[in-house]
Design a protein around this ligand. Sequence first.
Ligand code: SF4
Length: 320
Amino acid sequence: MFTTAFAPTKPPIDFFAAIQELKQEMNAVILAHYYQDPDIQDIADYIGDSLGLSRQAASTDADVIVFAGVHFMAETAKILNPDKLVLLPDLAAGCSLADSCPPQAFAAFKATHPDHLVISYINCTAEIKAMSDIICTSSNAVEIVRQISKNQPIIFAPDRNLGQYVMQQTGRDLLLWQGSCIVHETFSERKILQLQAEYPEAEVIAHPECESTLLRHAKYIGSTTALLKYCQQSTTKVFIVATEPGIIHQMQKQEPDKIFIPAPPTTNSCACNECPYMRLNSLEKLYLAMKNRTPEIKLAEKTRLAALKPIQKMLEMSHK
Ligand code: SF4
């Protein structure tokens, strides 16, 4: 006769309640990006895009920052808050765009253009930030480039699509690092045109990390925060949304009577329009990170200090 050992049954954890309790105990703040799972967005203290999240991280008086986003975002929070514990639910939550700009190769590129000012999109590693003069986000990239003297040559890194968009908006010639995001380059122009034929009243709205071939079909282009605002203010009822579909959770919450269609990827067999890095975080991992106070973001002080300057510069310049 066989006997089977079962683990004693425990009542399931109510992660929402447990996280709220830990938050009080630890004096923690949960910052979440719009691309996170709906559950994570719903438990966060603040949901935003990179600029909003950086501002929140810079001004929080919490002892612990739990960053529900990807590595470079949590790293930015640590750069701004060296004395706080910064937790990322899954350390493997990286970013294809940040990875497309390896520090050694970028240092060599920069060295061949010593007269150029370096403006880097916040979606880059601390090492790239440390080599930059000013950081920008998709909310303020155009505004920041416009503040630089016309005679000053500029390297723009790492996103070539955002760089091209900034060039088109400002009329400036930027030297672009050829990086990109796998998610924003996956949208199918053909399928978007099919959707437009199917829903003639629909407006395409897009993030500037998308390729220019796609952006030319967009009625409105902006950061995730700007896209959200646009959907609220527009009288249009149907939107085809060309950015990571996690944002649709907030759009739908704000405008329950409007229809939001995620822009489809080129291949039918994948959910490539969903960021695989953002999706590594889960409510369970967030709870465990808080309970165990790990994984923690750590940074060499020399890199942190060098990366801090261009972020502070951005925060100053984007107030203007
Ligand atoms: S959506 Fe693209 S840019 Fe944003 S975190 Fe994912 S890979 Fe990086």
